[in-house]
Design a binder for this molecule. Structure first.
Ligand code: AMP
Length: 359
């Protein structure tokens, strides 16, 4: 079991910080360009954590380059370097790769203030808990199939912790399932939902009071994307999946890029409600999911929205919107999710409530 850093310890570290010299730090990958660019625009110093990643590419994007780099041998080494980072008044901004590289367990133990509520990790990283959270919030998810023998419609078989959906496969019946399954891995089966995919990027502020109000704080919808997934998104060019299977070609869902999208305007009230429900329930369950999060949705042709996943931090799908999106522009022009995070830290600092947005 991971030992989550106690809130009091984090609050103590924050108390000791020089608030006029805060440094925003993240791992050099994923959405780091917009996190550094946004932090700088809001007047923060920036620090990039790297383990042998190539950093020269930042020279090609100077506004997204951190003020300094911290090179470590491994991400677990961060656990031993917290004092050095605390001396620089560091606030960590987690993103998907940061948590994955460190492992959720180590991330929970890291004795440094991090943006957001780390208690969300256990709810997010366990598929059953995630489903319990979202379904009890009133969100509709793809049906779960417990017994593979009961497969009577197309399903998606997902392996636990599979990076980028590697190995996921579609099965239409039990023989199909048997053909594709790797029994050595933990898996779950869910209904394959036919429709269009939208990945909605929200931001929840527990400390602001103006806007789309929740029982506490406000919810924003900053942008939306669709993932480009290899090879499933281009597979149709080779012919029908059935035929390809016979030749040994299976669809894979490895994210290779992101496409900016907008949803039809009449869906916006519903999407805001979905975000609202996820937040309200998170407040009851574990004190709230703070900051950016993403609902991964499929909209069916009868305009029902099914949510197949939640990401409880900044997602790489926000990267097309470094200078704003059709939605965030209606809140304030030119604000990326990365910059919105920096704004929240600045606002919380100004109102002396940093401990409400950090954990
Ligand atoms: P995930 O790892 O859950 O984000 O899923 C990877 C990809 O599989 C998604 O981006 C979708 O393209 C697809 N996918 C996931 N769940 C479903 C589902 N229930 N029905 C249809 N496609 C899905």
């Amino acid at each position: 079991m991971a030992v989550m850093v106690p809130r009091e310890r984090i609050n103590k570290i924050i108390e000791g910080y020089d608030k006029d010299k805060l440094t925003i730090a993240t791992v050099c990958s994923h959405s780091s360009l917009q996190i550094f660019d946004g932090a700088r625009k809001e007047g923060f110093r920036t620090l990039g954590i790297t383990v042998g990643q190539r950093t020269k590419f930042y020279d090609a994007f100077p506004l997204g380059k951190p003020d300094e780099f911290l090179v470590v041998d491994s991400y677990t080494q961060l656990l031993d370097r917290t004092e050095e980072l605390a001396a620089k008044n560091v606030i960590l901004v987690p993103h998907g790769s940061f948590v994955e590289y460190m492992t959720p367990k180590n991330f929970e133990e890291l004795a440094l203030p991090t943006f957001g509520n780390r208690r969300v990790l256990e709810w997010e990283s366990n598929r059953d808990m995630e489903r319990a959270w979202l379904e009890s919030a009133g969100l509709e998810m793809p049906r779960k199939i417990d017994d593979p023998k009961m497969i009577d419609k197309p399903v998606l078989v997902k392996y636990d912790g599979a990076k980028g959906g590697r190995g996921f496969f579609i099965a239409k019946d039990y023989p199909d399932f048997k053909l594709g399954i790797d029994q050595t891995q933990k898996f779950s089966i869910q209904e394959y939902v036919l429709g269009t995919r939208y990945y909605i990027h929200y931001f929840y502020s527990p400390v602001r009071t103006e806007g789309y109000k929740l029982s506490k704080g406000v919810l924003e919808m900053l942008s939306a994307d669709r993932r480009d997934e290899s090879n499933v998104d281009e597979m149709y060019k080779l012919g029908a999946q059935e035929e390809l299977k016979k030749l040994g070609y299976y669809p894979t869902f490895v994210v290779t890029g992101n496409i900016p999208v907008v949803v039809r305007e009449s869906l916006l009230p519903k999407l805001l409600e979905l975000g609202e429900k996820a937040i309200e329930r998170s407040l009851d369950l574990f004190g709230g999911m703070i900051g950016p999060f993403c609902l991964e949705c499929i909209v069916t042709d009868d305009l029902k929205i099914k949510v197949f996943e939640i990401s409880s931090r900044i997602v790489a799908g926000t990267n097309p919107f470094i200078s704003g999106s059709p939605y965030s522009d209606l809140l304030e022009p030119g604000v990326s999710t990365g910059r919105r995070i920096a704004q929240e830290i600045k606002y919380a600092k100004g109102h002396n409530v940093l401990n409400e947005v950090l954990s």
